[in-house]
Design a protein around this ligand. Structure first.
Ligand code: PLP
Length: 388
């Protein structure tokens, strides 16, 4: 990359794809391709089987109780839009309250703003401290009997903070609210057991978990999904259509209108196999070591300020260097072959809280190395000499 070996440190945005995922997609399109469901021929039956196998893999991966609690979407954003629309229609009334946090991704802010506006409900925000940790001291004033939904990020994409979601889930349930966990940044780092967490909904994207783009997941408790109205309508999600009335399909198909991303879902199955073989615990351990190393190394640079210094963090390191705009830092780092994200990371209110335009973000996956962090360290020192 630009005459150097690529150092890919943008894994929070999306991960690179293992060969097994690419080969699975290629094989499927090359020799097994057909549309799924509703067919009498073997090619389509096999494709359906493969698609549904991924649903089982996802069920096992997050320990859902029932395979029909797994709904395929286009990604986390799509999952959150589905939930806000459907739950909004099903249960939000004037005067109700929805709670999010100050460190949410725009995908977990904007859909709720729209529902609140439509329904004359109120959006409340759990504040954070200067380390980028949730302030839960007055949580009983934020999550109350008026709260109907708490939608909260598990791990912050901008700060790396790991939130105490188990505690928040218990608190919300004690007030009768449903809880949605935005796991876009946790599914690839942490072992997840949705039954143990007892969350009502849990959403994530395949592309951050070494799978293809255009595929996401909603886990939802069956008894809730059954009561919720469909989001998109059309083929597949129906039981019977007449011009007078339509009845809807059973779970999970009620929420999967139209031809889905069949090859993407099948490729995602290969990604889950790949991750399961390595072991998420192993991945977590390697990434924690990388984060510690990067933190210890980069903080040696004078004038470097880490944004997000929570006690409990995943492998995301956001930083600024005094006197250098983050965009200049990222652009210059690119000349050294380093791929890092710069900007507000779709968390503008969080940037406003820290009174900064954005950050430079290095995010690590288990395939990164300490040598790559050394390259980043050297590059930042050179950039600092040039621009600082
Ligand atoms: N939530 C968080 C915490 C994220 O980090 C992201 C993406 O970066 C999203 C939601 C949206 O995910 P997607 O773009 O895959 O829909």
């Amino acid at each position: 990359m630009n005459g150097k070996d690529l150092v890919f440190l943008d894994n929070a945005a999306s991960t690179q794809k293992p060969k097994s995922v690419l080969e699975r997609i290629n094989n499927f399109y090359s020799s097994q391709y057909a549309n799924i469901h509703r067919s009498a021929y073997t090619l389509a039956e096999n494709a359906t089987q493969e698609y549904e196998n991924t649903r089982k893999k996802v069920q096992n991966f997050i320990n859902a109780n029932d395979v029909n609690e797994i709904i395929f979407t286009k990604g986390t954003t799509d999952s959150l839009n589905l939930l806000s629309y459907s739950l909004g229609k099903y249960m939000i009334k004037e005067g109700d309250e929805i709670v999010i946090s100050a460190m949410e991704h725009h995908a977990n802010i904007v859909p709720w703003q729209i529902i609140c506006e439509d329904k004359k409900a109120k959006l409340k925000v759990i504040p954070i401290n200067s380390n980028g940790e949730l302030i839960l001291d007055n949580i009983n004033e934020i999550i109350t009997e008026k709260t109907k939904i708490v939608s909260i990020v598990h791990i912050s994409n901008s700060l790396g903070t790991i939130n105490p979601i188990k505690e928040i889930i218990e608190l919300a349930h004690s007030q009768g609210a449903y809880v949605i966990i935005d796991a876009a940044q946790s599914i690839q780092h942490k072992k997840i057991d949705v039954q143990e967490l007892d969350c009502d909904f849990f959403v994530f994207s395949a592309h951050k978990l070494y799978g293809p783009t255009g595929v996401g997941v909603i886990y939802g408790k069956k008894e809730l999904l059954e009561k919720m109205p469909p989001y998109q309508t059309g083929g597949e999600m129906i039981a019977k259509v007449t011009f007078e009335k339509t009845t809807f399909n059973v779970l999970p198909y009620k929420f999967e209108a139209g031809t889905p991303n069949i090859a993407g879902v099948i490729g995602f199955g290969a990604a889950i196999d790949y991750i399961s073989k390595i072991g998420i615990d192993v991945i977590d351990k390697v990434e924690s070591e990388l984060l510690d190393y990067a933190h210890q190394k980069l903080t040696q640079i004078e004038g470097l300020r880490v944004i997000g210094t929570a006690k409990n963090k995943a492998s995301v390191l956001s930083f600024l260097i005094d006197g250098i705009h983050p965009t200049d830092l990222g652009t210059m780092a690119n000349a050294y072959g380093i791929a890092m994200r710069v900007g507000h990371h779709c968390t503008q209110p969080l940037m406003d809280f820290f009174e900064i335009p954005g950050t430079c973000r290095a995010s690590f996956a288990f395939y990164n190395t300490k040598e790559e962090i050394d390259i980043l360290f050297d590059a930042l020192n050179r950039i600092k000499k040039l621009l600082g």
